[in-house]
Design a protein around this ligand. Structure first.
Ligand SMILES: NS(=O)(=O)c1ccc(Cc2ccc([N+](=O)[O-])cc2)cc1
Ligand SMILES: [Zn+2]
Length: 261
């Protein structure tokens, strides 16, 4: 997907309070369950992904991205809170150095060891990811919390490929992977709110759809995530890719809606 955008080198700073135009719709947030508002008009999500659009895995120095061919509408997301059709672009994760933290969103302040983001852009309104990133209704990101428990069979194919992208800047071909296998069994129950990208450029273009049900991965699978490096092969000091999450941002009066009562 065309978000192969090498983000600036200031990664330790990207958690900082970067000045963002407006800045009253930043992500991630703490989802306060009792303050979320049930919206019966919210529909079930329809994710239709073609595993053959899967192209490669890329270590971009923040996370590892599994990127999809987004030149056609072969892999799309619609329904839920979305009015338009959104095209799958990539998915990636955020995780901690320990199982005690790592997610970006929290639920009643509860942290999870990791969080999956499946990124889509509005192909009804825009023709390129880069355009959509700058627009209010440009992106839709599904967030799924990961808990440590039993091994996730679908994730293992991805975990086995990670050593090939240990260093920042490395890319490896990766085909036939359906991100739907990483969704929880229940995708009807979610929270949704308007927010931003959680890494630079932090643009406020995202309709967030955060799943209520988490998925389980094994401790060993998460350990492979932590074996990745923020640094490229040439750098003397190698830095483990851990704690690549942004701190929670103020709600600024936004309402979080729930698809369930
Ligand atoms: N963590 S997140 O909010 O789901 C997220 C999703 C996608 C991206 C990828 C990305 C999004 C936008 C740009 N850009 O316009 O320069 C570069 C990279 C960055 C962050
Ligand atoms: Zn993310």
């Amino acid at each position: 997907c065309s978000s192969r955008y090498v983000l600036s080198q200031m990664h330790p700073m990207w958690q900082g309070p970067l000045a963002v135009p407006g800045g009253d719709r930043q992500s991630p947030i703490d989802i306060v369950v009792r303050k979320s508002v049930f919206d019966p008009a919210l529909k079930p999500l329809t994710a239709e992904y073609d595993p053959h659009t899967c192209q490669q895995i890329w270590n971009n120095g923040y996370s590892f991205l599994v990127e999809y061919d987004d030149t056609t509408d072969k892999s799309t997301l619609k329904g839920g809170p979305l009015k338009d059709k959104f095209r799958l672009c990539q998915f990636h994760f955020h995780w901690g150095e320990s199982n005690a933290w790592g997610s970006e969103h929290t639920v009643d302040r509860r942290l999870f060891p990791a969080e999956l983001h499946i990124v889509h852009w509005n192909s009804d309104k825009y023709s390129l990811f880069e355009e959509a990133v700058m627009e209010d209704n440009g992106l839709a990101v599904i967030g799924v919390f990961l808990k440590v428990g039993k091994r996730h069979e679908g994730l293992q194919k991805l975990v086995d490929a990670l050593p090939a992208v240990r260093h920042k800047g490395s890319v490896v071909e990766f085909n036939r992977f359906d991100p739907a296998c990483l969704l929880p069994s229940n995708t009807d129950d979610y929270w949704t709110y308007h927010g931003s990208l959680t890494t630079p450029p932090l643009t406020e273009a995202v309709t967030w759809i955060v799943m209520k049900q988490h998925i389980e991965v094994s401790h060993d699978q998460l350990a492979v995530f932590r074996s990745l490096l923020f640094t490229s092969a040439e750098e003397e000091v190698q830095k483990s890719m851990v704690n690549n999450f942004r701190v929670q941002q103020p709600l600024r009066g936004r309402t979080v809606r729930s698809s369930f009562s």
